[in-house]
Design a protein. Structure first.
Length: 222
């Protein structure tokens, strides 16, 4: 199994990624991002450009994407900043992967709200499907990571898989999400119960008429 430890720029990585360059489409996106900042402040674009680079690597490898060291160097050079400063950003934010991951990066929140609401059941569903924390499955589909709060506490327990959140999970619904991804399908993101975003389960309990229209309640107040 491939372990998600941090990698250095080995000769193999240099050979594979040393000639990294933007695709034509991403080169245009990079210039658009850099253009959002005043002259002399282009280094402020480091986070979106690292994200763009990670996505390009993901597209080239059919994975969620990661940042080989030569790719970080490429972005740093474009922005005119020392490599170490770009590397500091890449190592600080968990949105950046510093080692190869699978096609689907399953990030399970284990912070207190999710733990109290059943994150252990979510992890159990992952384990039953052969996922192991810090590893990528043999088929290259899934990498499992336990992370800190992902900001959807009202809908705990939840996971982030690539760009999507899956919330209000149980052992069964987490299993269903993994099975759907393995089949090449696109499971519905967001709450896996009958609620809209973080509204009460079953629908709103106050001002219900506002669901379908901008209802005028003033007649009731007179």
């Amino acid at each position: 199994m491939a372990e998600t430890t941090r990698l250095t720029a080995t000769p193999e990585i240099r050979e594979r990624w040393g000639a990294f360059a933007w695709t034509k489409e991403n080169a245009a996106k990079a210039q658009t991002v850099i253009g959002r900042y005043p002259p002399g402040r282009q280094q402020s674009a480091i986070i979106p450009l690292l994200d763009l680079a990670q996505r390009q690597v993901g597209a080239e490898t059919s994975t969620q994407g990661w940042l080989p060291m030569p790719v970080i160097e490429y972005v740093a050079e474009q922005l005119g900043m020392p490599f170490i400063r770009a590397y500091e950003v890449a190592t600080f934010y968990t949105m950046f992967n510093l080692a190869p991951v699978g096609r689907f990066h399953v990030q399970v929140c284990g912070t207190t709200p999710c733990m109290l609401r059943g994150s252990d059941d979510v992890l159990a569903a992952c384990y039953k499907k052969g996922l192991k924390k810090g590893h990528t499955t043999e088929d290259g589909l899934f990498t499992l990571t336990e992370v800190e709060c992902l900001g959807a506490c009202a809908n705990a327990p939840m996971v982030q898989i690539n760009d999507d959140n899956f919330e209000d999970l149980t052992f069964d619904t987490m299993t269903a999400v993994l099975d759907s991804l393995a089949r090449g399908e696109t499971p519905k993101p967001g709450p896996q119960i009958d609620r809209q975003t973080s509204c009460p389960e079953g629908g709103p309990t106050t001002l219900p008429e506002m669901v379908g229209e901008n209802h005028d309640y003033r007649g009731r107040w007179e």
